[in-house]
Design a protein around this ligand. Structure first.
Ligand code: SAH
Length: 220
């Protein structure tokens, strides 16, 4: 149970996180910054680590997975460049924190998670917080989610060895894909834009994510 005085302290830490870690490092989108001011990140963190919720690093969640560092979530979200009417696909629900940030910014979020236990925990928390524009699906996200395609944006929060064609096929004309690509230990964050007749690929810098495991990802 978090006490009232702690809630106030956490709110102050959240404000500082936005100022120092996000604005201080060049995150400029007002909508993105507002989403980070709104979503209570400490609720997405494991019990014993709540007081590190606003620290400048990733934290472990269940089943050996991680919640990304706030700055990386912000960087990916800013490059995804979503608008109010957009529909977004997220691969790797994890804690549901990135999902909540997206739910603040666009009209519908489909989020695919491989592990049922993780998905149901995130589902409960997002429901409790009133994010009714989120649908969580348990399954292999490397196949995307053809049922609701095409998407304005696709964000992959686990590392893939290569860019699966499925994601490119499920992007709208003008749509953006953000995905970490590389080895098991170090990756490059890539932005892929569907330009109609071709795909533009840009590197957004180095990063480190847990593995994307599935048919078009790592096998285990
Ligand atoms: N966005 C999350 C980060 C979660 S870590 C957050 O903010 O907390 C990455 C998640 O991707 C893990 O929960 C892992 O189980 C999931 N994952 C790995 N491979 C997957 C796949 N093929 N499909 C869906 N989810 C996958």
């Amino acid at each position: 149970m978090i006490e009232k005085k702690d809630v106030d302290a956490l709110a102050l830490q959240r404000k500082r996180m936005v100022q120092e870690q996000l604005i201080g490092r060049g995150i400029t989108s007002t909508a993105v910054l507002d989403a980070f001011r709104t979503v209570p990140r400490h609720l997405f963190i494991e019990d014993g680590l709540v007081y590190q919720a606003y620290s400048d690093y990733p934290l472990p969640i269940a089943e050996g997975q991680t919640i990304s560092q706030p700055y990386i979530v912000a960087l990916m979200t800013q490059h995804l460049d979503v608008h109010q009417d957009d529909t977004v696909l997220e691969i790797g629900t994890g804690s549901g924190y990135q999902t909540a940030i997206l739910a603040e910014l666009c009209s519908k979020v489909y989020s695919i998670e491989r592990l049922g236990t993780i998905a149901s925990k995130a589902r409960k928390l997002l429901d409790a917080l009133g994010y009714h524009n989120v649908m969580i699906v348990v399954g292999d996200g490397t196949k995307g989610y053809a049922e609701k395609a095409p998407y304005d944006g696709i964000i992959v929060t686990a590392a893939a060895p290569y860019i699966p064609d499925t994601f490119k096929e499920q992007l709208k004309d003008g749509g953006r894909l953000i995905i970490p690509i590389g080895s098991e230990y170090v990756q490059t964050l890539m932005k892929v834009t569907n330009q109609g007749k071709s795909f533009k690929e840009e590197s957004l810098g180095g990063c480190r994510f847990v593995k994307l495991i599935g048919e078009y990802g790592w096998k285990k």
